[in-house]
Design a protein. Structure first.
Length: 114
């Protein structure tokens, strides 16, 4: 299974972006899927999770600003990001919530800057 994250870019503080995570197979209905991010010099951190049953969870730093959702028919998980801050700048990845993980791929760069 391959996961492809896309939708990143350069956005001003306060702006919005929607990231997409497309899978090569039908994995979302049986797995909790998460978005992670890694800023330069930092460890990868968990951002948001959506379980197979639809339950969601968020890091405190993004709660109320980010929304994770899933379209099983399209094998795609989304991350809607609003009220973006400079501290959200990072490479964003999608993967399973729990190991064993799929290949991490290249992720998608999100840069929040004026």
């Amino acid at each position: 299974v391959q996961l492809q994250a896309s939708g990143g870019g350069l956005v001003q503080p306060g702006g919005s972006l929607r990231l997409s995570c497309a899978a090569s197979g039908n994995i979302f209905s049986a797995n909790a899927i998460s978005w992670y991010r890694q800023a330069p010099g930092n460890q990868r951190e968990l951002v948001a999770t959506i379980a197979s049953g639809g339950w969601t969870d968020y890091a405190d730093s993004v709660k109320g600003r980010f929304t994770i959702s899933r379209d099983n028919a399209k094998n795609t998980v989304y991350l809607q990001m609003t009220s973006l801050k400079s501290t959200d700048t990072a490479v964003y990845y999608c993967n399973k919530r729990f190991p064993p993980y799929f290949s991490w791929g290249q992720g998608t760069q999100v840069t929040v800057s004026s």
